[in-house]
Design a protein around this ligand. Sequence first.
Ligand SMILES: [Zn+2]
Length: 1065
Amino acid sequence: MEQAHIGVRGFVRDARNGAALPDVRILVAGINHNITTGRFGDYYRLLLPGNYNVTAMAEGYTPMVVTNVQVVEGKASELNFTLAPLAADTPAAAAAAGAVTSKPPTATTTTTATPASPTENTAAHTGNDGGGAIPENSGSETSAESGSSTSGSAADPASPPAGGGAGAGSGSGTVATEPVEPEDFRHHHYQDMMLFLLKYSAKCPAITHLYSVGKSVEGRELYVMEISDNPGMHEPGEPEFKYIGNMHGNEVVGRELLLNLIEYLCRNYGVDPEVTLLVNSTRIHIMPSMNPDGYEKGREGDVRGYAGRNNSNNYDLNRNFPDQYTTITEPRQPETIAVMNWLRSYPFVLSANLHGGSLVVNYPYDDDPAGRTQYSKSPDDEVFKMVARAYSEENVLMHNGHPCEKLYPSEFFKDGITNGAKWYNVPGGMQDWNYVNTNCFEVTIELGCVKYPHASDLRSYWEQNRRALLRYMHQVHKGVKGMVIDLTDGTGIPNATISVDGINHHVRTYKDGDYWRLLAPGVYNITATAQGYSPMRITVSVQEKEAMEVNFRLPRLGGAGGLSGGEGSDPVTRGAAELADQEFQGFIRRLSIGSGLDQLILDTSATATQGSLSYHNYQGLSEFMRGLNLNFPKIVSLRNLGQSWEYRTIWALEISNNPDVPEPSKPKIRFMAGIHGNAPVGTELLLEFATYLCMNYGKNPAITRLINETRIIIVPSINPDGRQQAREQQCNSTLGKTNARGKDLDTDFFGNASQRVVEAQPETRAVMDLILEKGYTLSVALDGGSVLATYPYDKPVQSVENEETLKYLAKVYADNHPTMPGDTGCPGESTTMNGGFLRAAEKHSHMGSMKDFSMDFGHCPEITVYTSCCLFPPADRLAALWAENRKPLLRMLVEVHKGVRGVVRDKSGKPIVGAMIVLNGGVRVFTSEGGYFHALLAPGSHNIEAVAEGYQQQRQEVIVSAYQAAMSIVIEFDMDNRIFGLPREFVVATAAASMTALIVTACIIWCVCSAKSNRQKDGFHRLRQQHDYDDEIHLTSMGSKKSLLSHEFQDDSESEEDTLYANKM
Ligand SMILES: [Zn+2]
């Protein structure tokens, strides 16, 4: 039955009046079976999945062919035809007839030796309406490729403003002709736009690739036309550029300009040297409409209205991105998510986002910490001003600086550009998100005072903006570009950091080690750093012209960051590293045996905060977290993981000596609490624990050292909505146990789509994203209702691969807790306590727990600690509970340094990222950046194996001590001993499994809840948004960053979940 939904369906209409055309023959090339349209012009052509050329033919009309129609499994592709009458008497009809219209030439190609200067061009075209147009000749549409006639003189290099070497390079030998101008000037509704894009991807298959990044709320595709000499692939060293139009649905000029641009690039490739060079040297992505739903609600002639501005859920997409200064509480929209994913999947360097309602280029930042309307400088202010001017200087009216004199007579923008926040402060915008979260620099371009002008004006918009659009694209070639390369073997280093002295904004290398750093002319010191390598600094003088190529060849770090036994390290360094290692062993040993920890607690009692413990409601908790962040900024960073149903933030605190720097060589531990809102003791214990650590940093050497050597993540309240409902002194009440929708979050963690029937709760999603960040060595979750430590799994399983290790971890907590080792249990509890620890399923077996998810998808063991029999004991009990749990909590900080750790690299010392470490033939962890791994193991002898693509499996036996810190081991793969087939598949399969986990989480997209914003969205005169959220805080918003990382893998994965993910966009 499903087959019935495969094929093509749609309507055929008359181009003049839109009337339905019945009895139109629908032909599919290569299939000798035709159908005809029904009474309403409707048709349905069943087809197997594949690509087809479909033609609609009717008596008295020009036939229309649409090539490359994609039929996929599951849902019929929609394809509508608009047929022009044979005597095409109106231009609109002719244009609507599409690709197969064959018209006699109406003008001849003029050949000029020197391209006109931009202003001349504009003038020439304005006065030359229609006359200078070059006919579209479908019969020999390769006029683009056939430009082989010669005209001697090369183009004057100075003429196209940024054309730099436009007559040179690939342009040599081609004619310096007047570029072919687009002809299609009208408004394109969704279907029309789709056909336009299909038409040009069929017309210029060699340089185009049409794809979609997701769907709008109403299911419209968010199409992107890629234009490049090698479409569909990233070429190392070639920068990627994007234009996004129509983000506000009623601001339509950008949409049409981008369609014009597609036509222009397609038709001038191989004809016009500037276009040819640009397409050959740049990978250009053009999204004509980011808000296709809103567009359909807009009205022609709208000057400054709002109808259609927002998306279908009535959210303003340009207020919907995570903000660096403000918490955006509105649910993230499918269009926003799709674009965020898109930005994570390509190494974009430069972008512009096209709007309407004014005439100016607006550059970051769009807001400032205080929400004031004043200049908010980004570290790259000079670059932004440079690229913004590149646009405005080519648009005479814009450059004038008086955008809409009739509407806003007092407004003036010098040079036609403005800093966003200086114009008006707006949080949640797309351009800032680009800059803050990716390598991409984006500006917002306001194209004119009328948001939805009449179709007859579209040609003049093109003429006014053609040079500007091109010149802005050339800006992607400014500054510095090059490679970061491993000195030893010459391979590129991905994810290396490129930093510029004096500019606090880094970019990172892409997969092949290639990078682009936009810079204004000047002299700069540029440094490349990468995990496992010595950094390198080069002084560069950046010129006005083409980007300068600067390559960094980084030497490998011999000792690999303090690890012992590094190959190639000189004896002195090596000796020092070994000494440091031994010293650290001693430190961990002292804290592990005898009274080491007790002594530490005694030493810190003076600075302890005991007695000040109290319960914090959500407001209080948020203030507390901010307070820690503000008072200890060097070691504390605060993150917003996401929002609960009732828009409470789920906070995470990182305590580390470099809180925002990923330091893969250090173990990472997670403390979680408050998954059940009615058991808030854990929340308070973690706040106290965080305070204790911060207060003693720099005072107590042991605490200082633990913080320096560990990355500590604390999430005190997973379920803030439930917590808000719970009442003090309710020892057994279930009020607040669940979230606001009545869901027990500890039954909501499913990593597998087949197990999940409904979307994850927002709280669960936030926490799953955190867990899937990977790199965690241990997690400790605090809960209430018993005095006990449990270890995985919660689900009923026959056997657990590393049960000894898990049991050991729970036992360590219990042993360090004064009352846990007892066998008494809480009143009414029947289970035998067995020393204070249990396998979780023996306490209460259930599916979908956080602990199990952490094990299976986060590759991190998690133990759950029940801190008191009473779920919500009176506040005066808190001090005693802290006293009981302080030592075991600290002990877990010590414990996380044990087990086995090391680095995986090849014989030449190159770190191998993503190698799989198999412990005792079962449990797996993966190496992170720098080739590092860390896994906890029960004391004793263990087998570890390392598997990496293209290398022979390595096996090693390690002895783990209960007292010693993990000895770092180096696993070295022999380059010359490659074996084929098996290990590669093995690795790919397991990698795919972990990707699946990531993707599934990402697929559980933020629910678009129906709560419509009742705040009236402002127009282009963005009124300062009310800062009425109590969460307003200046922190780096990283809320959605994590889940999106999974998308990076999407290209490589073909799992079912992947498809699901794509569909859900
Ligand atoms: Zn806009």
